[in-house]
Design a protein around this ligand. Structure first.
Ligand code: UD1
Length: 365
């Protein structure tokens, strides 16, 4: 019997921890031949290579080397190069994850070529079409053949959009598969020791959404929020290339670096960041995935967005949506959390480390 050939696509940092458990589950099935394609949207050691190493992913079978650039440039190039690879490779299934540019670009090409295409983390909607990720989600879900969903809101959104039931499967969260698989290993890395910080003695921060960091007002508010936060605890800021480039561009780099009790970090590896999240008193972010990881870890999280595509993290988890970067509103909420007035949350249904196995089962039926 010939094997089911599945080509899984990764492009940017948040994809790597989602594909790792999927590739592992596929590789454990004799009936599946699993290959990986990396578009190269994130390309440097700290944004990409370290994740492949730590998550025990093999070197990608295909690398498109797209790099940065406008979203149109990235997508158009991915589409041209991906089409050539599909013509050669002829997989039975193309699998895409999340909501980055690779997700939408590769699903369009695969579906047009008549290849069965699966989207993992389907159905999430923020309702905010100014976010590039929201457009990527809508496009991808509208055309894929199989939709794997992480939380109840995804099932409801897809039903509202008229997606037939037979395409949709509630399987849980593959990012949590990675977290449960590597949590023990992450406890053994020495990042806390190296930074000289004790468990719960610091707040951890990430910030990279264009809405927050592509304008000088947003960057100034971030600096103010950090200043207020350091009155309570040290702040560890794992700074994304987009954000550090913009701090430089707007002449704010020195001001940021001058804040006492702020420790600026380069983008962290998966294990290091997991240890940092697991031991933080509070996480301040605008990321998508961190909202879910903190909910699972039951660490309070303040998310600088006025909507979330992951409402379960607010309803059941430890996430608080902060509508804007107003330093005063942020200070009040932060103090409440640090004074112990924060929700402990519960872990959402099927976030149990077995989502990738469920996906493999469904693809083989
Ligand atoms: C992308 C994703 C976003 C995800 C984020 C996490 C889309 C639309 N957005 O946004 O969903 O949350 O990744 O990291 O796909 N850069 C480097 N080195 C790298 C990668 C990027 O210096 O390895 C630079 C780029 O050249 C660019 C900037 O960082 O100047 C932003 O990268 P880009 O891929 O445009 O989007 P992200 O903001 O990372």
């Amino acid at each position: 019997m010939s094997k089911l050939k599945i080509l899984s696509v990764v492009g940017a940092r948040p994809n790597f921890m989602k594909i790792a458990p999927i590739h592992r589950a596929f590789s454990n099935r004799q009936e599946i031949k699993s290959k990986i394609l990396h578009t190269g949207q994130h390309y440097d050691e700290k944004m990409s290579d370290i994740f492949f190493n730590q998550l025990e992913l093999p070197k990608p079978d295909f690398y498109l080397g797209i790099g940065g650039g406008s979203h149109t440039y990235q997508k158009a190039n991915v589409m041209l190069k991906f089409e050539e690879i599909l013509q050669e490779e002829k997989p039975d299934v193309v699998l895409v994850v999340g909501d980055v540019n690779a997700t939408a670009a590769c699903s369009i090409v695969a579906v047009k070529m008549g290849i069965r295409t699966a989207h993992v983390e389907a159905g999430l909607r923020s309702g905010d079409r100014s976010m590039p990720e929201e457009i990527n989600r809508i496009i991808t879900d509208a055309i894929c053949d199989l939709l794997f969903v992480t939380e109840q809101s995804g099932m409801i959104n897809l039903a509202k959009e008229g997606v037939p039931d037979h395409k949709v499967h509630f399987v849980g969260n593959v990012m949590i598969d990675s977290l449960t698989h590597y949590r023990e290993k992450a406890r053994k890395v020495d990042v806390l020791q190296f930074l000289g910080v004790a468990s719960r003695s610091y707040m951890l921060m990430t910030m990279h959404r264009p809405h927050n960091v592509d304008n000088v007002e947003g960057l100034r508010s971030i600096i103010e929020i950090i200043r207020n936060a350091t009155k309570h605890k040290s702040v560890l800021f794992a700074i994304h290339p987009r954000t550090s480039n913009n701090m430089k561009k707007f002449g704010l780099e020195e001001e940021l670096k001058g804040i006492q009790d702020l420790i600026l970090l380069e983008p962290q590896g998966y294990l290091e960041f997991l240890q940092l999240m697991d031991n933080a008193a509070l996480i301040i972010t605008d990321s998508g995935g961190i909202q879910e990881e903190t909910t699972f870890l039951q660490v309070p999280c303040m998310t600088f967005r006025d909507s979330t595509e992951r409402p379960v993290t607010v309803e059941l988890g430890t996430n608080y949506l902060m509508n804007d970067l107003n330093p005063e509103t942020v200070r009040i909420q932060m103090e409440k959390i640090l004074n112990g007035e924060s929700k402990t949350g519960i872990i959402p249904p099927l976030w149990d480390g077995k989502a990738a196995e469920r996906i493999a089962d469904i693809l083989l039926t």
